[in-house]
Design a binder for this molecule. Structure first.
Ligand SMILES: C[S@@+](CC[C@H](N)C(=O)[O-])C[C@H]1O[C@@H](n2cnc3c(N)ncnc32)[C@H](O)[C@@H]1O
Length: 221
C-alpha cells in the first residue's frame, strides 16, 4: 500500500479524535500535493463555486470550518473574498494554512464541542471534507448555526457514504423542518475522482428571523 493510500485510510478509519489528529498532523506537509495533485480532490472547487454564486458581498466575514491546509480559503480568496477565517483542530494543518497568508484569523477548535466563538458572527460558513466518515458528525451543525448570522449561509460537503450511514440526511431534514435553515441546493457531485468517491454539496440559508433551537425559549423569560 502506498504511503498516501495508507494515511488516507487512517483518516477515514480513525476510532477517535486523537487517532484522527495523529494522521492529519503527519499528513499536513504532503496533503495538498497528494489530494490535489494525485487524487483529484474536486470538492473544494464545487463547494466554493456554489457559495460564490449566492454570497455576493465580497466583504462578508466567512469561516472555513475544518480549514485544513487552506485549500478552500485559497479558492475563496481567488473569488475576491477578503475576510476569511479558518478553524481546525490540527496544529500542523493550521500551520500550512497560515503559510498561505490568506486567512484574517485562524482558530484552533474542536467542531464536535462548543466553540469559543460568539453567537451570529459569521455571514457564511463553508466546510469541505470535514463531514466525512469518522470525522465530525451531523450534530455539529447546531454549533455552526449558532455562530452564523440570521440571513447568512452554510455551505458544506458530506461524503456520500457518511450521508447514508451517519444520519446526515435526517439531521439536514430536521433543521429544514424546524425552520433553522432553508436548503437552497443539494448537489450530488464528484468528491475525490481517483477513488470514484462522491459527495453531497449543500447550500443552506439561515432565515433572517431565526427559529430558536429546540429546547430554547423563543423569548427571554
Ligand atoms: C479532509 S480535511 C479537509 C480540509 C479542507 N477543508 C480541505 O477541503 O482540504 C478534514 C479537516 O477536518 C479537520 N478536523 C477533523 N475533525 C475535526 C474536529 N473535531 N474539529 C476541528 N477540525 C477537525 C482535520 O484536522 C482536517 O484538517
Amino acid at each position: 500500500m502506498s504511503k498516501r493510500k495508507s494515511i488516507h485510510d487512517r483518516v477515514l478509519n480513525a476510532d477517535n479524535l486523537e487517532e484522527l489528529m495523529a494522521a492529519y498532523d503527519e499528513w499536513a506537509v504532503n496533503y495538498d500535493d497528494d489530494l490535489l495533485g494525485e487524487m483529484g480532490y474536486v470538492a473544494p472547487i464545487i463547494a466554493s463555486n456554489l457559495l460564490k454564486d449566492s454570497l455576493v458581498d465580497k466583504e462578508a466575514r466567512i469561516l472555513d470550518a475544518g480549514c485544513g491546509t487552506g485549500i478552500v480559503g485559497g479558492l475563496l480568496h481567488e473569488h475576491g473574498y477578503r475576510h476569511i477565517e479558518g478553524l481546525d483542530y490540527s496544529r500542523p494543518m493550521l500551520a500550512q494554512a497560515e503559510a498561505k497568508d490568506i486567512y484574517q484569523a485562524l482558530h484552533r477548535g474542536d467542531l464536535t464541542n462548543a466553540l469559543e466563538i460568539d453567537n451570529h458572527v459569521y455571514d457564511a460558513i463553508i466546510s469541505v471534507g470535514t463531514f466525512t466518515c469518522g470525522h465530525v458528525g451531523p450534530a455539529a451543525f447546531d454549533e455552526l448555526l449558532r455562530i452564523t448570522r440570521p440571513g447568512g449561509y452554510l455551505c458544506f460537503t458530506v461524503r456520500e457514504q457518511a450521508w447514508d450511514d451517519e444520519d446526515y440526511q435526517v439531521k439536514v431534514g430536521e433543521l429544514e423542518n424546524h425552520g433553522r435553515w432553508e436548503l437552497q441546493e443539494t448537489l450530488t457531485a464528484d468528491y475525490i475522482r481517483q477513488e470514484g468517491a462522491r459527495c453531497k454539496v449543500c447550500l443552506c440559508k439561515i432565515p433572517s428571523c431565526v427559529a430558536p433551537a429546540p429546547g430554547m425559549a423563543s423569548h427571554p423569560e
